[in-house]
Design a protein around this ligand. Sequence first.
Ligand code: FUB
Length: 339
Amino acid sequence: MPVQKHSGDKNSVKSGLSDPLVEHIYTADPSAHVFNGRLYIYPSHDVESGIPQNDNGDHFDMRDYHILSMDEVGGEVTDHGVALSVKDIPWAGRQLWAPDAAYKDGTYYLYFPLKDKNDVFHIGAATSDKPEGPFVPEAEPIEGSYSMDPAVFKDDDGAYYMYFGGIWGGQLQRYEGGSYNAEDVYPADNAPAVKPRIAKMAADMLSYAETPKEIELLDKEGNPILQGDNDRRFFEAAWMHKYKGKYYLSYSTGDTHKIVYATGDNPYGPFTYQGVILQPVIGWTNHHSIAEFKGKWYLFYHDSSLSDGQTHLRSVKMTELTYNPDGSIVTIDPYLGQK
Ligand code: FUB
């Protein structure tokens, strides 16, 4: 089990606020959770696939997951080895993308996006009695699931919700109008943007308790964020956290490369756009999670600094996240510091 010492916050031009948490493998799309007082990170495991880059993301041909954990920030980071492999998933086609995890009643759940044998993304579930796995996958994807980038949030009342979706290679645009359409059709630039989705999890945590719903994203005047508003519209990588009773939906704007956030009063929204959490990182994608650990809030993200900018070879990083007294989040420039 490789163990690496994370040197903590840094300020070199290339590493910016953080060194990669591990350097013996490439990792991306970090979903962080605290289980049993230990910080666990559920990342994608980037590999050199040799597939040329395209807008479908074919070059992101990941084949397994490794879970990372640590006792303290700046301490040793443990790579727990292969937790789930594409070859063990009965419905697998290709491409294990950004996962997430949850815990309920003695079982840990790993949720993962994967293309089926027809090259259509769905979201799968796998279970383990340990947070680091190994995980045993279900025979079929979650019924009614589609697209990618699941993020599972536990509310204070014990209910769990899955946020998901991503446009372009994530295929969410194929569900505009309510049913699957193999053609990639996007709303006009002056129409409401493609919306992220939410579904309440059933008690078994392996199925949805409801048909996934669209999430409204509004500007401060109450108007829908439009498809042509590339600086604010949803692209992929939704994450939900709650701070002082408010629900914070954060996500990546994709081709404008930011992590932004919107706030609301309940898990379903609507959510009102507030601002930028993380400015663009080295590499094309920007993907994050937010978690509280030992009394401080942290942003988990990735960049391609270790691979000299190769889009599909990323490394997970973390840095402290701070709130202003009014609950707004202080924007992080990953290479310059907070401002
Ligand atoms: O890692 C593959 C994809 O890249 C993720 O699913 C997206 O969020 C982006 O980070």
